[in-house]
Design a protein around this ligand. Sequence first.
Ligand SMILES: [Zn+2]
Length: 100
Amino acid sequence: MARRKKHSRQCCLDCGLDTFEAEEYYVLHDELWQRINPQIEGMLCISCAEKRLGRKLNGADFADVPINIVHAERSPVIASRFWARDKNGMDLSDMRGYEI
Ligand SMILES: [Zn+2]
């Protein structure tokens, strides 16, 4: 029977949230990821990643991979970080919902 087994690998290390189902699936730059998760393996939801980091994520933190864009389009949580730029503390979150 196809009883779907939960992959613990995709669950947040800190709170257990299924990051894939929650669409909180993203890739950060290696150095940044290593800083918040020295063991590298595993996933963190956005809010736990930010708790470990001590600040909000912004566009500059995300690696340049297509999966980030895919999930930024699906998840408002990812989008609000992904489209936010660090420069001058500029907040582009009002651009959410902008159709490309
Ligand atoms: Zn979490």
